[in-house]
Each structure stands twice: as structure tokens, then as C-alpha cells.
Ligand binder design. Structure first.
Ligand code: ADP
Ligand code: MG
Length: 611
């Protein structure tokens, strides 16, 4: 199959709901499930027969089988934290792969067999690791994935296609189930440019549900003297009811709550009958909504536009159906938001527009896409701070909110006479000290001519592309020697090995499911993947070496303990626990990761100790 015939679809892999779309006759359209659903819950169930179910069926089982169901896995993407389903551990990307595999079955239904490419969206605030985990989930599901797109950009695209002639600033406010993003997008002569983004990847409708759960639970506690949140089933039931109540309060001013059986106490049913007004509910969530407005203010400031220059407000995400959200935005921005784009579908439809641009289907649309860097990217330098020479200062090369793709070069100089090697450390973040930022990798530039008279200039170039992949090149100006690091590889060490393991695991899971349920055609086929063997296996530390290293780290922690203050002691305890966990692990990559992470934090603590 050649590239031309390969369909490219757009996918909104949401915390709460997911959808897939495609361009039909020049317009984006959702590809529905065989049952006709446009969006499906991002919920996965491993049922009693060992079968994986995704969507409504899984969501409906949350109360009855809470330990067999995984929801909101997107919040864990990029972490190594295992997710448990029926006592089996899965990585967050394995669970996401199951959701994507379900969407892929709709695509296969629509287009028949063969290779499919997917463009998957992520919140603007996703880090590189989270983006990579998302890409890997898509690949585990059997898609070709070479582009990850920010959700607000996609939403603006869904909106932008029909309004090409107008020049304006649009505010995209996306409040979903688990994440909040706001972006200022400028549209000018067919060019859609994201000027700035802000948000919070831990804020959304789920949080509103939980606030309501607490409210319900405290009522029950008051009248029955029992805490329903200690009972996992009662908690799940309250969560399910809370969402229903919340949704009702988007259209009704008040609603009656009638829950005859939440749990049992001494063989008697414990229930709740009461009423809640929209005002009560707004009281619970007002603080969070105010925080979103603060983000709106920040995005507008970062975009260097005035509030009055925002001509359109686009609402995305199911939680924007809450009337108070509209009220607050209208009050702050002085105009009504638009409601003509379906908030549930905008992101998937926009991803389909991206897909259409990529496949050539929309090549004539005249649209040009750019995006912004969600974090500042830079390097560690020796510099001056408050009059004192200091190591570990963060020198920004690509500032946050710079339009990407972008290439920036900055000139630095060797620090010592005769220096022939420099270490380039790559960081992402906003703090002036690199230790508070996120390390993305490091490499050496060697063979700098030993210069005892003067400093040697070194040009460092950061190349950041639309997929969030960073390439860093350091060049010695006097002799043209270069060294390059692509951050994609830097963090994904061992990921191929993990990828194959995950693939095997999923394949076994789907194969062991009851026979009649297996969809033969969409089974995983290892030969579809071009996987190179790990080459540097021999250079890897053995599990024994790693455990020895853990022992050394434990010794260092014990050494700083006596002189530490309360806060430091708490940090030390946490690191100790991490190391104990690491001792139990079998996978060397996971252990190495904990060691690296602990070593960094330990060095910080040791330095604090010296100060
Ligand atoms: P995500 O982008 O996180 O996948 P969605 O955009 O699909 O999320 O939004 C899902 C959230 O929207 C859920 O928390 C859901 O309860 C909420 N939601 C859906 N409809 C309404 C409504 N009418 N009123 C309030 N919240 C709603
Ligand atoms: Mg969303």
C-alpha cells in the first residue's frame, strides 16, 4: 500500500470522551461507531471473560466493577505509573491504545483493510513525554502516527475553515472532563496562528463531579453517621450520580436528588433524598472557574493583544455547557461566546482538517498551520545571578509561546581557558534555575581547539517542529565541529523494547478473549511494525548493578538526614520510598528511571545542605 492511498484520520483522544473524524467532500465529518455514536467514553473494561470493552459498556460497569474499569487514563499519560485493571498492571499508553484500537475499528469499517494514519490531539500543556506516550499509544493501536497536534489549534481549525476571509483574533476556551486549555488564535488571510496558550491539565468536569460527590457524601454522613466514600461501590455510584446532577443543572435551575440505596449499614439501606440548586453547584466550582478566567487573562496578555481585540470566543469541551462558564466569559470579555461549533466534536473535526491538509485532500484550502511552543526551551549556563557567578542558570533559546516550527541559534562561549569540551544540557520550563525545570537530555561537543588566550564561540541551535520534537545542535564556530541530539531519542531510551513488550501483551490479551468476539482482521500483526533491535543492549547496566546503585543512593540519603530540616526530611522519606519501590521492580529501564530521578533530587538536597 502506498502513501497516497493511506487514509489519514484525526483523533480527539480525550480524558473523558474520544472521537475520530475524516474529510469527506472537503468537509470534516465524524466517523461514528457501528451503533451510531459520535463520541465514546474514554473508559476501558476488562470483563470477567478477559475481554476488553471500550466506551459506554465500560462506563456503565464503573459502579458494578470499579476494579475492572479504567477511566481518565489521559491524566497518567507520560508517567510510568501502572494502571490496574482486574489486578493486572498496564501502562497508561497500553490503556490508551485500547481506546484508539476501538476507534480504529470504526475507521477500518469505513475504509476497509490497509494501513491508516492518525493525527492525534493533546492538550497544549502536554510535555514531550506525554506527547510521545500518546504517539506510542496510537502505534500500539496499529495506526501510523507522525503528527501530534494541540487541541486548541485543532478546535480553531474546525472553526477556521469556513471563515477564511475574515481577519480576527479568536479565543478558544476548552473545558473538558480532565483538562482546561485556552488559546488566542489569530486568523489572517488564511493563516491560522496560535499566538499564546495557557491552561491547567488537572482541571475539568471530573473535578466538578468530585466536588459534588463530596457534597453528597457530607449530606449522607450528617444524616447517617457513615462515610460513603470509604466504600468503593458507594463512591462510584455517587460519582455517576454527581455527573448526572451536574448535567441537569446546566439546563435546570434546581434538581431533586433521590438515591434510595447508596450503601448498606447494619443490613439497612443508606440513601439520600434532597435538592440542589444551580447556585449551590456554582458555589462549589466557582473557585475553579475563576482560575480558568485567570488563565484567559494570561493567554491574552501573552498574545500581546487587548481584551477588546478578541473578536470571537469559541467554546470547546462538554463542561462549557455549564451556564456559569458562559456568564463569566461574557462578563470578562464583554461579548457572547459562539455556540455554532459542537463543543464535543470541534477537536476531532479540527484534527481531521489537519489530516486533510497532510493527505492533500485540503491542499487547495489555502490554510497554513502554525502552533506555539508550550514551554520555554533552553540550556544550562554558568552566569551571574544577584552579583554572584553561578552554575545551572537557565538560558532560554526558544521562549514559551514562540510560533513553531522554529529554528533559533544563540551564541555561547567556553568558560575556561583551554577548554576542549562543552556539555550541552537541554531543559524545558520557566524557572531561571535549571534544576527546577525539566531535563530533556544532554550531550557533549568535543574537539574544540584548546584556546588559552580567548574564549571559543559555540553556536547552539534549537529546532522545534510541529510534532513537539526538538533537535539541538552545538557547533564550534572556529572549526565547524558539530554535535546534535534529537530529544525524541534522548528520552525514549528502551522504549522500543517496552513497545514490543506492550504489543505482545495486548496481542495476547485480545487473542485470549472469547473466540467469537475476535475481529480477525484488526488483530495486531508484529510484521506491520518496523522495529529495530536494541543495539546497545550490552552497554546496559544489569539488574544487580542497578540494585547496588540503589544501595549507594540509600547511603547518601541516610548521610544527609541528620542535618536536614522538616521539609527536607519529608523529601528524603519520599525518595527512600521511591528507592524501596525500585528494588522490587524487574524492568531495568524502570529502575534506571527511578535512579536518575532520585539522583537529581538527591543532588539538590545535598547542595541545599552545603548552603
Ligand atoms: P474531554 O475533552 O476531557 O474528553 P469532553 O469535552 O468530552 O471532555 O467533556 C466531558 C465533560 O463534559 C465531562 O466532565 C462531562 O460531565 C461534561 N459535560 C458534558 N455535558 C455537560 C453538560 N450539559 N453540562 C455540564 N457538563 C457537561
Ligand atoms: Mg477535549
Amino acid at each position: 500500500m502506498n502513501n497516497k492511498a493511506r487514509p489519514v484520520v484525526g483523533i480527539d483522544l480525550g480524558t473523558t470522551n474520544s472521537a475520530v473524524a475524516y474529510i469527506v467532500n472537503g468537509k470534516p465529518k465524524i466517523i461514528p461507531s457501528p451503533q451510531g455514536q459520535e463520541i465514546i467514553p474514554s473508559v476501558v473494561l476488562l470483563d470477567m471473560q478477559g475481554k476488553i470493552l471500550v466506551g459506554d459498556a465500560a462506563k456503565a460497569s464503573q459502579v458494578a466493577m470499579p476494579d475492572r474499569v479504567v477511566a481518565a487514563v489521559k491524566r497518567k499519560m507520560g508517567s510510568n505509573e501502572p494502571v490496574y485493571m482486574a489486578e493486572q498492571a498496564f501502562s497508561p499508553q497500553e490503556i490508551s491504545a485500547m481506546i484508539l484500537r476501538e476507534l480504529k475499528s470504526y475507521v477500518d469499517n469505513a475504509f476497509g483493510e490497509g494501513e491508516k494514519e492518525a493525527i492525534i490531539t493533546v492538550p497544549a500543556y502536554f510535555t514531550d513525554e506525554q506527547r510521545r506516550a500518546t504517539k506510542q499509544a496510537g502505534e500500539l493501536a496499529g495506526f501510523v502516527v507522525d503528527r501530534i497536534v494541540n487541541e486548541p489549534t485543532a478546535a480553531a481549525l474546525a472553526f477556521g475553515l469556513e471563515q477564511l476571509e475574515e481577519d480576527k483574533h479568536i479565543l478558544v476556551y476548552d473545558l473538558g472532563g480532565g483538562t482546561f486549555d485556552v488559546s488566542v488564535v489569530e486568523m489572517m488571510s488564511g493563516i491560522l496562528e496560535v499566538k499564546a496558550s495557557a491552561g491547567n491539565n488537572q482541571l475539568g468536569g471530573e473535578d466538578f463531579d468530585w466536588l459534588l460527590v463530596d457534597w453528597l457524601a457530607s449530606k449522607i454522613k450528617k444524616s447517617h453517621g457513615i462515610d460513603p466514600l470509604k466504600d468503593i461501590r458507594a463512591k462510584s455510584l455517587l460519582k455517576e450520580q454527581a455527573e448526572k446532577i451536574k448535567i441537569e443543572l446546566s439546563s435546570a435551575e434546581k434538581t431533586a436528588i433521590h438515591l434510595p440505596l447508596v450503601m448498606m449499614k447494619n443490613n439497612h439501606p443508606v440513601g439520600l433524598s434532597t435538592e440542589i440548586t444551580r447556585q449551590d453547584f456554582v458555589g462549589l466550582i466557582e473557585g475553579m472557574l475563576t482560575e480558568t478566567v485567570d488563565c484567559v487573562r494570561r493567554a491574552i496578555a501573552d498574545a500581546k493583544v487587548d481584551v477588546s481585540e478578541i473578536q470571537e470566543i469559541l467554546l470547546v469541551g462538554g463542561s462549557t455547557r455549564i451556564p456559569r462558564v458562559r456568564e463569566l466569559l461574557t462578563a470578562f470579555l464583554g461579548k457572547e461566546p459562539r455556540c455554532d461549533v459542537n463543543p464535543d466534536e470541534a477537536v476531532a473535526l479540527g484534527a481531521a482538517v489537519q489530516a486533510g491538509l497532510k493527505s492533500g485532500e485540503l491542499a487547495d484550502s489555502g490554510l497554513i498551520i502554525t502552533d506555539v511552543a508550550p514551554f520555554s526551551l533552553g540550556t544550562s549556563i554558568l552566569g551571574e545571578r544577584q552579583g554572584i557567578a553561578r552554575n545551572g542558570l537557565f538560558s532560554v533559546i526558544i521562549p514559551r509561546n514562540t510560533t513553531i516550527p522554529v529554528t533559533r541559534t544563540e551564541r555561547f562561549y567556553t568558560a575556561m581557558p583551554g577548554q576542549t569540551t562543552v556539555q550541552i544540557d537541554i531543559y524545558q520550563g520557566e524557572h531561571e534555575l535549571v534544576k527546577y525545570n525539566h531535563s530533556l537530555g544532554e550531550f557533549l561537543l568535543e574537539d574544540i581547539p584548546a584556546n588559552y588566550k580567548d574564549v571559543e564561540p559555540i553556536d547552539i541551535t534549537y529546532r522545534y517542529n510541529l510534532n513537539g520534537i526538538l533537535e539541538v545542535t552545538a557547533k564550534c564556530v572556529s572549526n565547524d565541529r558539530e554535535a546534535t541530539l534529537t530529544v525524541h531519542d534522548a528520552l525514549a531510551r528502551d522504549s522500543k523494547q517496552q513497545f514490543v513488550q506492550s504489543l505482545d501483551k495486548l496481542q495476547a490479551l485480545y487473542e485470549n478473549a472469547p473466540k467469537e468476539e475476535i475481529d480477525e482482521e484488526s488483530e495486531f500483526d508484529l510484521s506491520d511494525f518496523d522495529i529495530e533491535d536494541e543495539e546497545d543492549e550490552a552497554g546496559e547496566a544489569s539488574i544487580e548493578d542497578l540494585r547496588e546503585e540503589i544501595g549507594m543512593l540509600q547511603g547518601r540519603l541516610a548521610a544527609i538526614m541528620p542535618d536536614s530540616n522538616e521539609l527536607q526530611r519529608r523529601k528524603i522519606d519520599k525518595l527512600k520510598r521511591r528507592l524501596e519501590e525500585a528494588k522490587l521492580l524487574e524492568n531495568t529501564a524502570d529502575i534506571q528511571e527511578i535512579i536518575d530521578e532520585t539522583t537529581d533530587l538527591l543532588i539538590d538536597l545535598e547542595m541545599e545542605d552545603e548552603e
